[in-house]
Ligand binder design. Structure first.
Ligand code: SF4
Length: 427
């Protein structure tokens, strides 16, 4: 059969904006230009010099708005402010709606709450058999390691707990958490999260991973972390060498906007990938941050360039005071529709709603199956073209009667096949 390539104009070439969003750039030094290279590259120095107060914000970001100023005051009793110098340098000071700024600088709207917003929107506390352990799904658990992060995200699902600004006073009890795992052989998968597990020292984290690896029925360990993005200096060769002792060990990172993928972050992710750690990304759909097809396309393609598979896109949880950051489910579906078929399948994350109250993750997809009836499934492709797939209503293949000289491979027409319009009708 002759192959006719589609006309060139049917292909979509990347726009200049997409290409610009996909560029890897260093975070730069910004206000820390005088700091010695050695200090800047030291993750402990970065942690020690985080931006945490209103006074620092006013000094380092002269365009701080009244709404942000009020938000910073509110944050003291809600969810602390902390921004690493590396991440702070990604903020565009000239743009009050900068997508990086919206994620880490509080706004006064955090004080607005609606009746459907709660402090624990996905019901973690009610699924917690021992402090610091959430057992919601049959074979896997969430193991909280700490309540501290390198920086705090204003939409955090666990903002009741992380930073301890709201007085939750979380203290992990590793012995009790591990004892629970030992007593539950149905658990095969443990996700270490928090807070951020990579804030533990190499020795402490290694000790914990070693204790988990000693439990024979645990097949699979995962780390949920935003440190490679907030603090790429933490991904040292020593950390990578330690982590690779505990395979199979996966890592879920958290990137929301393509600008977060700096050259330093790409190198840090490369070190983790070289240590044999499969990397997946979890993004949260956020208003004016990443709720645009082109931004998301740049993000997912840049993630693949950084050796990270886009894994989940979360609808933002109904956390108190997050309405100004939440985008709509309609927008989320449009974004997936704008990705599916238009870019590599590997680049398309699963869009999910974490069901309010503790129902777990529910996949949400654009409608590709248009109808099903007794003899076919009608589907549409990414371009909206409609196709039919012959299949009986009971799921059996449609089987035609054997023609002379043709093998029938042992299938016989089923009653459902006989009713099908694909089944020849004999006079
Ligand atoms: S890094 Fe994760 S746990 Fe920490 S504040 Fe951000 S979303 Fe919450």
């Amino acid at each position: 059969m002759d192959f006719e390539p589609p006309a060139a104009e049917t292909f979509q070439f990347p726009s200049p904006r997409l290409l610009a969003l996909k560029e890897f750039r260093p975070a730069g030094r910004g206000p820390w230009a005088d700091i010695a290279e050695h200090d800047w590259n030291d993750w402990r120095w970065q942690l020690k010099h985080r931006v945490t107060s209103l006074e620092q914000l006013e000094r380092l970001l002269p365009t701080l708005t009244q709404e942000e100023r009020a938000g910073a005051i509110l944050a003291r009793s809600k969810l602390a402010v902390a921004i690493t110098p590396h991440f702070f340098n990604l903020i565009d000071p000239a743009n009050p709606n900068c997508p990086i700024r919206r994620q880490v600088i509080p706004r006064v709207e955090e004080g607005n709450t609606a009746p459907w917003e709660t402090a624990d929107p996905v019901g973690e506390d009610s699924h917690s058999p021992v402090p610091g352990l959430v057992h919601r799904y049959p074979d896997r658990v969430l193991f909280l390691v700490t309540d501290r992060c390198a920086a705090y995200c204003r939409y955090c699902t666990r903002s009741r707990l992380v930073s301890n600004a709201a007085g939750y006073d979380f203290h992990p009890e590793f012995d009790r958490q591990i004892a629970y795992l030992e007593q539950h052989p149905e658990i095969r998968d443990v996700l270490l999260s928090g807070g951020d597990p990579l804030l533990l020292s190499d020795d402490k984290l290694s000790h914990l991973l070693g204790r988990l690896r000693a439990i024979k029925h645990l097949e699979f360990l995962r780390l949920g972390t935003r440190i490679p993005i907030f603090l790429p200096q933490r991904i040292t060769p020593e950390l990578c060498a330690m982590l690779k002792q505990y395979h199979p060990l996966f890592m879920s990172v958290h990137v929301n906007h393509p600008r977060e993928l700096t050259t330093e972050v790409r190198e840090a992710l490369g070190r983790l990938a070289d240590a044999g750690i499969p990397l997946g990304n979890q993004s949260v759909l956020l208003k004016h941050v990443n709720d645009e097809v082109e931004v998301m396309q740049a993000l997912v393609q840049k993630l693949l360039l950084s050796r990270v598979r886009p894994y989940y896109l979360y609808q933002c949880d109904l956390i108190q005071g997050s309405a100004h950051l939440r985008s709509s489910v309609k927008r989320g579906i449009e974004i997936i529709q704008g990705l599916r078929g238009h870019t590599s399948g590997y680049a398309v994350p699963q869009y999910v709603i974490d069901a309010p109250g503790g129902g777990g993750k529910v996949p949400v997809n654009p409608e590709y199956v248009l109808s099903r009836n007794h003899d076919r499934v009608v589907v549409r492709n990414y371009e909206g073209k409609v196709f039919e797939y012959p299949e009986a209503g009971d799921g059996t293949p449609i089987v035609l009667p054997r023609e002379e000289g043709l093998p029938n491979f042992g299938f016989a027409p089923t009653p459902a096949s006989r009713q099908s319009r694909y089944f020849p009708k004999f006079a």
